[in-house]
Ligand binder design. Structure first.
Ligand code: HEC
Length: 438
């Protein structure tokens, strides 16, 4: 029996390895962009991402490199970035020329037009009806009740982060290998939420320790080192980085148990007021202008981060609000906000007008605990009980219903849209479930 179980496990992992590899190999531009991102991350960002030297951070973002002309898309020989890598006199890195294989990755990437690794999507639109189970990442060895509370991909698609019953895990996406596992020796350090910064350099998490005390922190994604402990006074259920910044938004409370959103950066802590009651979820829009907080009583608060305007409180007229809102997610263009309701309804809000534009209802009424937009913005996924539904944003048609094998609590699309990671509660130690689109 035991041997059989092990064999199944090995098959699953092997299956996951080949399928993920195949998926990645099919990606052309996306692949070279991700390889280039990895070379820059491993070879350059150690110096070009020193705290206190933000001008040195240019290598973290393709947009910044192109904007200031260090990368000329299509012309590696004219790109300062590549010139310095092959320069005899002033090579980058200063310790000497990189192996030819890595130089050729950067050259190929620039000559291919320097596709962005963040949104390097497939050239053909994906067919969201065609989805297959790729495999399950190892959860708990004990095969008992287990929880995956949160999942997030790094913006370059190279890493998957999961917040689990026994801590935070970082997975290498192409190989499905566990790269890092942060936990306490007793394994009682539970991660409830996780997030990646938009430059791939930091990740954050929150949760509870063995005594049930809340914790929240920020880590360096390359070294796995803890770089910031965030002093929180209540359990943080959700975290979200503001784009192009090290500022993390967290759901928390002040000394007098007043619910607030904390904005924590390396240099300051600020608070946003305007929540009706305890927030369960927080999310920043991809452009960084809006922040949404979802509450237990069913309201969604929207802050405009670049203005002093009072936040807007979106309410749900006529809805059964007993179980509030569990999850929120912005569409890639920031024009829509999806909310997952305790009433089994996914609502798409027009973020400008603050009105519900469309509603999608799950088949059996049960709370929708996770929502996510596909990176092309055409599909919204909602997780309720053991099902994940994929709705067409325009037509409302259900493209696909997935039986997840866990009680779904977390959903994340990979940045190129080809993978869907699902986290949830299971009876048999299941970790993150990964599905792949054609
Ligand atoms: C050991 C630290 C270190 C590493 C590693 C490093 N750099 Fe640099 N880099 C510097 C310093 C210091 C400067 C500024 C002085 C200079 O131009 O030589 C610089 C300057 C540059 C410049 C010129 C910036 C400008 O606009 O003037 C480019 C381009 C550059 N680096 C690219 C890279 C690339 C690409 C890599 C990785 C393959 C890399 N660097 C790795 C330290 C480093």
């Amino acid at each position: 029996m035991k041997r059989k179980a092990r064999r199944i496990f090995v098959c699953l992992i092997a299956g996951l390895l080949t399928s993920l590899d195949v998926v990645l190999a099919q990606q052309g531009d996306a692949r070279v962009a991700q390889e280039a991102a990895r070379v820059l991350q491993q070879r350059c960002l150690g110096c070009h991402n020193q705290p206190g030297a933000p001008q040195q951070r240019f290598l973290g973002s393709r947009a910044a490199m192109v904007q200031d002309g260090r990368v000329v898309p299509g012309r590696s020989e004219q790109s300062l970035l590549f010139q310095r890598m092959i320069s005899g006199q002033r090579p980058m890195p200063p310790s000497g020329r990189l192996p030819e294989s890595e130089l050729s990755i950067i050259k190929r990437w620039i000559d291919a037009g320097a596709p962005d690794w963040r949104d390097a999507g497939p050239t053909q639109p994906l067919d969201y009806t065609k989805i297959t189970l790729l495999g399950t990442l190892a959860g708990s060895a004990s095969k008992g009740a287990y929880r995956v509370n949160a999942v997030a991909f790094s913006p370059d698609g190279a890493t998957l982060l999961s917040g689990e019953a026994d801590g935070i895990k970082l997975w290498d996406v192409p190989t499905a290998r566990l790269k890092l596992h942060h936990r306490t020796p007793d394994g009682k350090w539970e991660a409830l939420s996780v997030a990646f910064s938009s430059d791939n350099l930091l990740f954050a998490g929150s949760g509870t320790d063995a005594s049930g005390a809340p914790w929240a922190g920020v880590w360096d994604a390359r070294t796995g080192r803890l770089v910031r402990v965030i002093p929180v006074k209540s359990v943080v259920h959700s975290v979200s980085f503001l784009p192009n910044s090290d500022t993390l938004a967290l759901t928390t409370q002040n000394d007098r148990a007043k619910p607030l959103i904390m904005l924590s950066s390396a240099t300051e802590e600020r608070y946003l007021d305007g929540l009706k009651d305890a927030a369960r979820a927080v999310s920043c829009s991809p452009g960084g202008s809006l922040l949404a907080g979802a509450s237990q009583s069913g309201t969604v608060t929207l802050w405009e981060l670049r203005s002093d305007k009072e936040p807007r409180v979106l309410s749900l007229p006529g809805a059964d609000l007993k179980d509030g809102v569990h999850a929120v997610a912005f569409s890639p263009d920031g024009k829509l906000l999806a909310s997952g309701g305790g009433d089994g309804v996914v609502r798409l809000w027009d973020t400008e007008r603050g009105e519900v534009k469309t509603k999608f209802t799950v088949e059996r009424p049960a709370p929708v605990r996770a929502v996510a937009f596909s990176p092309d913005g055409t599909v919204v996924a909602g997780g309720s009980e053991d099902k994940v539904l994929l709705w067409d944003v325009k037509t409302g048609e259900v493209k696909r219903t997935i039986t997840a094998g866990v009680k779904v609590k977390a959903l994340a699309f990979s940045p190129n849209g080809r993978l869907l990671a699902i986290g949830g509660d299971s009876d048999d130690g299941k970790g993150v479930v990964v599905w792949g689109f054609k």
